[in-house]
Design a protein around this ligand. Structure first.
Ligand code: ZN
Length: 450
């Protein structure tokens, strides 16, 4: 038997050993992802990629044939899940490019998510068909990084949303209901995990999606047993989508306050709501609160190119003076208010960030920031962590029943984070990651803790 202190586990030899023998995380405090209060003195055994057991800490003889990781004083939480992220849109986290969707860039992003404790992501549209190959390679154990579920290209509007600098083969833009059904069939043929579409008229500046198109998308997707996630901004669009049987709202309603009838309709239709608070804030956060950029935890995630942009002498002044910033601040307040109202009403709330879509929505950092934003919106740290873990796991299991993630529970994928500080005291303590395990394997190079 070997005792491995948590902080000293980063050698390749130990990673290799971890893959062979069961690993026992000994005497941890456990936040298991279900929403239950912390359980002190727990032993968690990981074997062959899954959680084999979760038991009270052994009192006398240590089990034989296991590697023991001493976790006294530490808190274990499930690996974080983002149900709304993107891959291959930016070069170096900093520059949108139609040439960014390459194996190299996508793999780098997946590795960054994983190092930051985000062990599963839904790449919610704007993927090249390369994503299906990468997902297959992951399933065959040939490619690491955060586990991908994907909506493939996603469905936008001709000359409308999404307005992003991506290659033509990263998005479908069907002109009518027939074309819409065809692209859904193509997605189903690729075994996409779900369908994504964009309803956003950019405050009246963009052509809206034809109701015949989104109705056809949803009908065809349901025929093919695929759930549909919709980008929304406006309350009116959200209400139309409830009537059209959408399954997931990929963003907050941001133009006005939702009402209790809307909450009830979401509950009745079992619709999920992903608030993505940090995406709204990322328009101005680094200008209005430059201190968030001081930590090494942030700087490693941003990388030198983005950091140079955000710290340029004129960045803050220009950003704060831009008319979009005033709108984004209003949108952020509205998003927080609507999230709290819908959660209190009992709507299924999931967790996502839109990380990777535009510069400033930084893979890994965005997810830890979203937890902080959820707490700012009125959730407790335990409630926020539960959305990012157990609740998102429930959503992903509905999307793909083979996926068992989000809980530290027997039979679930061994995806978890060992924290050196208590996240229920301060949700920012999720940044104090001593170790990340993904499918039972220790992830190298977790980021600096401050
Ligand atoms: Zn998005």
């Amino acid at each position: 038997m070997r005792i491995i202190p948590c902080a000293l586990m980063f050698s390749a030899a130990i990673v290799a050993a971890a893959q062979q023998k069961p690993i026992l995380l000994h005497d941890a405090a456990l936040v298991d992802g279900t929403g239950a209060q912390v359980r002190p003195h727990v032993d968690i055994t990981l074997h062959k990629g899954y959680i084999e057991s979760v038991k009270p800490t052994y009192k006398q003889d240590a089990p034989k044939g296991v590697d023991i990781v001493e976790c006294a004083g530490k808190t274990v939480i499930p690996g974080l899940i983002s149900a709304h992220s993107h891959l291959g849109i930016l070069l170096d986290n900093a520059t949108p490019s139609a040439n960014a969707y390459t194996t190299e860039n996508v793999t780098a992003a997946l590795n960054q998510f994983e190092r930051y404790g985000v062990t599963t992501i839904v790449s919610l549209g704007l993927n090249r068909d390369l994503v299906y190959e990468l997902r297959d390679q992951q399933r065959a154990g040939k490619l690491g990084g955060a586990t991908i579920l994907t909506a493939g290209r996603g469905i936008g509007v001709p000359n409308g949303a999404p307005v992003l600098d991506v290659a033509p083969d990263q998005i479908y833009r069907p002109a009518n209901a027939d074309e819409a059904r065809k692209v859904v069939d193509e997605l189903a043929g690729h075994h996409a995990d779900l369908v994504k579409m964009w309803l956003d008229s950019g405050h009246g500046k963009l052509p809206p999606m034809d109701p015949a198109v989104y109705t056809a998308v949803i009908e065809e997707a349901h025929k093919r047993h695929l759930k549909v996630a919709a980008h929304v901004y406006a309350f009116a669009d959200a209400k139309s989508l409830v009537n059209a049987n959408v399954d997931i709202f990929a963003h907050s309603v941001r133009d006005q306050a939702v009402d209790s009838a809307f909450a009830t309709s979401l509950i009745d239709h079992k619709i999920w709501y992903i608030p993505t608070l940090t995406l709204v804030e990322a328009f101005y956060l680094y200008a209005s609160d430059p201190d968030v950029m001081k930590s090494s935890f942030f700087q490693q995630a941003a990388g030198p190119q983005l950091l140079a942009k955000l710290q340029a002498p004129d960045y803050a002044e220009k950003t704060l003076a831009a008319p979009q910033t005033e709108q984004a601040k209003k949108d952020y307040e509205m998003a927080m208010k609507n999230l709290k109202a819908l959660r209190d009403a009992g709507v299924n709330i999931a967790f996502g960030t839109d990380s990777g879509a535009v510069p400033g929505r930084i893979p890994g950092f965005a997810e830890h920031r979203e937890l902080e934003d959820l707490v700012a919106a009125g959730l407790t740290p335990l409630q926020a962590i539960t959305l990012a873990t157990g609740e998102n796991g429930r959503l992903l299991h509905e999307i793909n029943p083979k996926v068992t993630v989000g809980l530290v529970k027997e039979g679930y994928s061994a995806d978890l984070i060992i924290l050196s500080a208590d996240p229920l005291m301060d949700v920012r303590n999720t940044r104090h990651m001593d170790a990340v395990y993904h499918h039972g394997v220790l992830v190298p190079n977790t980021p600096p803790q401050n």
